[in-house]
Design a protein. Structure first.
Length: 285
């Protein structure tokens, strides 16, 4: 399963809790047919999609819609299914129909922003993301997407503002602190970055990138001992990650600890790290 499919599966697993919060809690409009049978087919589609039985899921949703073409949640789930299977045209048609049937369904606007993003339509993606946030300003997932898109585009101050909003909504989720820490570092707020990465570690001590990023921030603040301590933690957990030795060697070099620097580079070289040989020639003559 690809990373994108994995993300989509997570989104689908969260659907039950999200629809009530995002405008999908009102009963679907019906034009006829047995409501119980319609819902049964819809639920079957959800079960199939979570079991990665995509053909069966598509058939169940289509049978649901053949009984009631206005069941907007089935259109929404079909769109998610088509995203999973790479049919972006089908995904767009299905999500457009879901929005037409329920213009207040925030998750549909968020999903369409994601489809437009996958298609490379940045302006359209931003438009639908803004629509989702107008309907639900405290929609954490949309706020995070907006922040991440701004950060990826180099609009770090804008991203920080959105990460602030996201943290205000969900102060218990480490990803927003991690994103804000990176943006703070980019704008020169090194101390702010260190605080954010410290929060990442506090919330998720098993997330080693928190230590890696904080080490880089400590190095930016010229606190190389603290940076080395963080990399020591990373190496203790994953002694086979060669890049950690490359990072630590650079800190030792700045501290004029040539033997320690070269020892780390030698370890990285034995792990076939492509940078190690170059740095060995440069620093360990």
């Amino acid at each position: 399963m690809t990373t994108m499919k994995g993300k989509m599966m997570v989104a689908l697993l969260a659907l039950g809790s999200m629809v009530a919060a995002c405008g999908g809690d009102k009963p679907a409009k019906t034009t006829g047919g047995d409501k119980a049978a319609v819902k049964e087919k819809y639920d079957a589609g959800n079960a199939y999609i979570l079991a990665a039985k995509f053909d069966s899921a598509e058939m169940a949703y289509k049978e649901c819609l053949s009984m009631d073409s206005t069941y907007y949640l089935a259109h929404y789930q079909l769109s998610s299914l088509y995203q999973l299977t790479g049919d972006m045209g089908g995904a767009m048609r299905a999500i457009n129909r879901a929005i037409e049937l329920n213009p207040e369904f925030v998750m549909a606007y968020y999903s369409k922003a994601g489809v437009e993003d996958l298609l490379g339509n940045e302006k359209e993606s931003a438009t639908f993301l803004s629509a989702a946030l107008r309907l639900k300003p405290d929609f954490y997932m949309a706020r995070m997407m907006k922040a991440q898109k701004a950060a990826a585009a180099g609009r770090y101050k804008e991203a920080i503002t959105d990460f602030d909003e996201a943290i205000g909504q969900r102060p218990d989720v480490y990803l927003a602190y991690s994103g804000r820490g990176g943006c703070r570092y980019k704008v020169g707020d090194i101390e702010g970055a260190i605080k954010d990465y410290t929060k990442v570690i506090e919330l998720n001590p098993n997330q080693m990138m928190g230590y890696v990023n904080r080490a880089a921030a400590y190095a930016g603040a010229r606190d190389f001992r603290a940076a080395i301590n963080d990399i020591n933690t990373v190496v203790g957990v994953d002694p086979l990650w060669s890049q950690a030795y490359i990072m630590r060697s650079s800190y030792y070099y700045v501290m004029n600890k040539k033997d320690s620097c070269c020892n780390d580079l030698l370890i990285a070289q034995t792990m076939k790290n492509p940078q190690a040989e170059q740095y060995m020639k440069q620093y360990c003559k």
